[in-house]
Design a protein around this ligand. Structure first.
Ligand SMILES: *Cc1c(COP(=O)(O)O)cnc(C)c1O
Length: 222
């Protein structure tokens, strides 16, 4: 059992994030609590205060955190980190939503894994809005083809777009671009905004914000 103080802190963080979002957005925004590199007692505390939507950026760590908890009622797990094709089956088996589809090979391996395992997580396409060479995500110029391929070959639903803006630029223009691209392709969901800018993202129409340290406290370094 987590200490009462810890449970209180996390419940207060959660309430404060939700109220900041509520102050700027009049549409529903799902708060994804990013539990990567967080101690188990904090995850327990989050569950205890009723939180059920979590994000992880590595498949293996997610299995360690959530493999034994998959039967918790209402639990929704999002993969928000880069996916290697050899992890597609594990990802399809564990996650409800995969936000980081960014190349044809991943679409194909996810489609195969979904057929084999008989689960079809919803997917988002990650867009490299800042066109950063080192960053995951399809370039905006390649998005139309990847949307078409996903719709043609993935047996589950393509629901939206996700982005991680460059750290050294204002995030607003990236959020605006993602929103415009989603509208152009008829996609409803927008995953954007982290601890530093979730309220800004919500004001730009985010339907999902991914919040780690502001929800749980600082992460362990590794
Ligand atoms: C770690 C991570 C987050 C959460 O980061 P915080 O700054 O702690 O909120 C959000 N999105 C992605 C893709 C991440 O890897």
């Amino acid at each position: 059992m987590p200490s009462t103080a810890l449970a209180d802190t996390i419940a207060a963080n959660r309430a404060s994030i939700q109220s900041s979002i509520g102050a700027v957005a009049d549409h529903p925004v799902e708060l994804i609590a990013v539990s990567k590199r967080q101690p188990d007692e904090r995850i327990e505390a989050a569950l205890e205060c009723g939180h059920r939507i979590f994000g992880e950026n590595r498949v293996q760590e997610a299995q360690e955190h959530w493999g034994g908890r998959r039967d918790i009622e209402g639990l929704t797990l999002h993969l928000i980190g880069p996916l290697q094709s050899n992890k597609s089956e594990d990802a399809v088996a564990l996650f409800d939503v995969i936000q980081t589809v960014d190349r044809p090979k991943i679409v194909r391996t996810l489609a195969q894994a979904a057929e084999k395992i008989g689960r079809t997580p919803d997917v988002f396409i990650q867009v490299n809005t800042g066109q950063e060479p080192q960053k995951a995500g399809v370039l905006p110029s390649g998005l139309a083809d990847l949307v078409a391929l996903t719709r043609d070959t993935y047996p589950g639903r393509l629901v939206g777009l996700m982005c991680i803006p460059p750290v050294d630029e204002p995030a607003g223009p990236h959020f605006a671009l993602l929103s415009k691209l989603a509208a152009r392709h008829g996609l409803e969901k927008l995953s954007m905004g982290m601890s530093a800018d979730y309220a800004l993202a919500a004001s730009f129409g985010a339907t999902h914000v991914r919040v780690g340290s502001a929800f749980f406290g600082e992460r362990e370094s590794d």
